[in-house]
Structures are given as structure tokens and as C-alpha cells.
Design a protein around this ligand. Structure first.
Ligand SMILES: Nc1ncnc2c1ncn2[C@@H]1O[C@H](COP(=O)(O)OP(=O)(O)OP(=O)(O)O)[C@@H](O)[C@H]1O
Ligand SMILES: [Mg+2]
Length: 220
């Protein structure tokens, strides 16, 4: 049986009186790719960021390796995130003062990993970014920023990879490169969870859920 890496139990999330997530149970296992689809505003990003330990649920638990992770302090949470979770934000969110290469490496320092430069350069090259290694975010197009953000999420080869609309702002050829790098991570044993509106991407995953009315509906 495949190893369970993340398990969500009875996750509820409200912002003030507005309920967004109404009881989510979810399991992500090693080497499995999962798509989460759903209309705009249904709570996909909220759900992914709770999975990624970036915000806390109103109630419910998040188990990583069977241990409740969400109740850790801030320092411990950022250590778990850096070591275990690659996260691609819906908006690329790069550090403005750092170059493309430095942005790619920003989490490796946090996780105490050195000598990652060569790998970062190779990864950026595979995403067509070789000529932009020294560019700052303000000198990059949105699609280029997204590719740097993806490289940052991939470089640590974490066993959990969460990607929020990874093919937005990319042309078909780049979408295919990005898609294949996500599935490569899955083939290497990573639990990959992808929030997407991209039907051709969602159709390739091992399983698919649709988020509607605060509940995950199993599609296939
Ligand atoms: N910090 C916040 N405070 C108040 N409401 C919020 C907050 N974050 C998200 N929401 C609300 O939660 C709902 C879900 O937002 P979310 O970003 O998770 O949707 P989404 O499914 O990812 O949408 P999209 O497809 O447009 O990215 C929205 O109605 C949004 O207004
Ligand atoms: Mg979103």
C-alpha cells in the first residue's frame, strides 16, 4: 500500500461568519497525483494553503506522517514546510530583491541544504529560463515568474508537492513542460496535489476531486 503523507480530517474553514470549507477529509499518498477542480471562489486555494500549513483551519486536523502538524509553533511549521512541502502559489510571490536563481534557492537555505545551485540552474534551464537567471522579478514576465516559482517548489524534491493553478499564464508548449515536471515528481514518489482549471492537466492525474459548496466530491 502507498504511504499516506498528508491526511486532512474534518477540515472546516470560515472567514468571520462566512463558511468556506464545510468538512473536508482528504488523503494524499506517495507517488499519487491528485487534481482538485472547482469554480472560482469555491475555496481551492484556501484548502491547498491549509494542506501546505500556510493557514490554520477553523477546526479539523492535518496529519503529516500521521502526526498532527497544524498545532506546531511558527518556527516548527516553517521547518516542516521547507523540508517536506513544495508549494507553488497561485500568484508567483517571488522575493523582489532576489534574482531568479536566488529565488529558486530561497527555501534550500531554510532547510539547511547547501550545494543546490547546480540543480537549481538545471531546473531553471529545463523551464526555459537559462537566459534569465540574474533577472529580478520586476524584469520578468508573469509566465517567467511562474516558472521560477515552480523551480523553487521543485528544487528541494520534497515528498509533498502542492501546486495552485500551475499552468496559468503559460503557452501550450510551456504548459506541457510544467505538466510533465509535476508528473515526473509523482513518478519519483512525491504526493502531488494540483489545483487546476486546465482540463487536459486534470485528466492526466490518478484521481480527481471537485470542490463545491465546501465539500470535496470524488470525480474519479
Ligand atoms: N483572508 C480571507 N478573508 C476573507 N475571505 C477570504 C480570505 N481568503 C479567502 N477568502 C474567501 O474565501 C473564498 C474562497 O477563496 P479561494 O481563494 O480559496 O477560492 P478559489 O477556489 O481558489 O478561487 P479561484 O479559482 O478564483 O482561485 C472566497 O470567497 C474568498 O473571498
Ligand atoms: Mg485559487
Amino acid at each position: 500500500m502507498k504511504k499516506t503523507l498528508i491526511e486532512l480530517k474534518a477540515i472546516h474553514k470560515s472567514f468571520g461568519k462566512v463558511g468556506i470549507l464545510g468538512g473536508i477529509d482528504f488523503i494524499a499518498t506517495a507517488g499519487t497525483t491528485t487534481a482538485i477542480t472547482g469554480n472560482s471562489g469555491e475555496g481551492k486555494t484556501t484548502l491547498l494553503s491549509i494542506m501546505g500549513l500556510l493557514q490554520k483551519p477553523t477546526s479539523g486536523s492535518i496529519l503529516i506522517d500521521g502526526k498532527d502538524a497544524a498545532n506546531n509553533g511558527i518556527a516548527e511549521l516553517s521547518k516542516i514546510r521547507a523540508a517536506r512541502i513544495g508549494y507553488l502559489f497561485q500568484a508567483p510571490r517571488l522575493v523582489g530583491s532576489l534574482t531568479a536563481l536566488e529565488n529558486t534557492l530561497v527555501c534550500t537555505a531554510l532547510a539547511g541544504k547547501s550545494n543546490m545551485r547546480k540543480k537549481a540552474v538545471t531546473l531553471l534551464a529545463s523551464l526555459g529560463m537559462s537566459k534569465r537567471l540574474d533577472y529580478k522579478p520586476e524584469q520578468l514576465s508573469i509566465g517567467q515568474m511562474r516558472r521560477v516559482a515552480l523551480a523553487r517548489a521543485l528544487v528541494m524534491e520534497t515528498d509533498i508537492l502542492l501546486a495552485d493553478e500551475p499552468t496559468n499564464d503559460l503557452d501550450l508548449a510551456l504548459s506541457q513542460i510544467v505538466t510533465s515536471s509535476l508528473f515526473q515528481a509523482g513518478a519519483n514518489g512525491t504526493a502531488v496535489v494540483i489545483v487546476t482549471h486546465d482540463r487536459s492537466l486534470a485528466a492526466k492525474t490518478d484521481c480527481e476531486y471537485n470542490l463545491a459548496d465546501g465539500i470535496l466530491h470524488h470525480v474519479r
